[in-house]
Design a protein around this ligand. Sequence first.
Ligand code: F6P
Length: 544
Amino acid sequence: MTLNPSLTTAWEALSRHAAEERAIHVRDLLDDPKRFAQFSCEAQGMLLDYTRQRLDARALELLHDLAANADLSERIEALLRGDTVNNTERRPALHTALRRDAKRPLVVGGRDLMRDVAAERAKLDAFVRGVHSGAIGGSTAQPFRTIVNIGIGGSDLGPVMAVEALACFRRDLEVRFVSNIDGCQIADVVASCDPARTLFVICSKTFTTLETMTNARIAREWIAERLGSAALSKHFAAVSTNHKAMDEFGVNPDYRFTMWDWVGGRYSIWSSIGLALALAVGTEHFKAFLDGGAAIDEHFASAPFAQNLPVLLGLLGAWNVNFLGTPSHAVLPYDQRLHRFPAYLQQLEMESNGKRVHRDGKPVDHATGPVLWGEPGSNAQHSFFQLLHQGTADVAMDFIAPVRASNPYQEQQNLALANCFAQAEAFARGQTEAQVRSELAAKGVASAELEALVPHKVHPGNRACSVLLFQRLDPNTLGKLIALYEHKVYVQSVLWDINPFDQWGVELGKKLADKLAPAVRDPGAAGSQPPGVRGLLEYVKRWR
Ligand code: F6P
């Protein structure tokens, strides 16, 4: 049994140290010329600059003690060798196997998983090549023009984020995504696609998810009505652990892909759930993407913690959440192609670490996962940055940026970088009353007006910011970026002693929705419902 993290000596020392540190403003630390070298780390073609985090060398040292108290090294090994780290579902979490070099065996429970993984990769590659060459086409023998991924959560967010991020590497195929339960997305897709040239890819680990199965059935009817039932076997591929359900749905056995219960939905982009991505960018780029993830796994397993990017990200996050009391975390990519990355991270981080009990079921007595959100800069600068600069909420931030443009307009990326760095500086340093006064005075603002304006123009600063910089957004780098955050999440789960691989919290609402569906369909025969629900159903009856 592990010790409650908040009772460890490191935790207590960090709490005491944070109380002292709160009196220090990060701007007072930033002018130290040695700070950048001490508070940055370059590895795997990525630079993590955490000079603008509100911490000193002592805090960092204590955070490393916290990692030692939590047996982080041993727990990383346990994850990577396939121990039962998901204790409530009694299984390992082996997403790392999906990107591992297939020549390196990984024996778990007496079986070399890499043989299964390699066979599945080969099947996926052959299918993707077939679609690209036209050898695999629609029922009228025309090559596919549109791929429609139907899935939700991990069976959607990873593929859609990655397809958007790697738009520059895309083949000549349109890739669309349908996830939501309301009919908007599926209606848009069927209104604008040519059935004869459309391949639906149904992604669902369980093949029972309401949203996915509802949308898949609509797609099946749409194809059957336009091309006849015999065409169905040519227009649907599927990825799932549930082979019986794929069979019952009528998915052609050659178009069925597998995944394993040891892959969590939000960690599944590396499996055949990545089929839409592989179709979008081709097998070589998909391989480069997997290799990027594998490179971070190696780094995570072997780099000393002081130079270990996921460990550093995890420790910094814990410092902000647990010791500085910052409950919110914004992710701000300065590359429009990463516009779905914050949404992807929301599931990864919040479904993983949104927990309130330890692994042994005892309640936690400290904060766990922060609320994560974000938007690409510089759009974000013109929407919510005001609140971050001068509002009362405290939010930690990750600025993420490639140095090179993934489009012909490098000068625009230079401007994006200038904005990214400027914002990080502004958030950290802020603007003092004295600075505001001298700026206004230099402009010749009259004293009464100056006095009235000063409080409005002060920026408190002292916001915790990290900058994550890399050369360019390509498949390999995207793989690294995702794996980096996956392992950060794991590090934090170890520090907090929680299970990041289950998600019981999404079950309750699902069950209630199942029960309520007949009542919404027919509010007249709603039966016995709680008073609040009865009130809503009354309006459904009146307004539908
Ligand atoms: O939202 C809960 C969840 O179980 C996620 O963890 C998962 O990614 C998503 O639903 C979709 O599940 P499936 O792939 O089984 O359809």
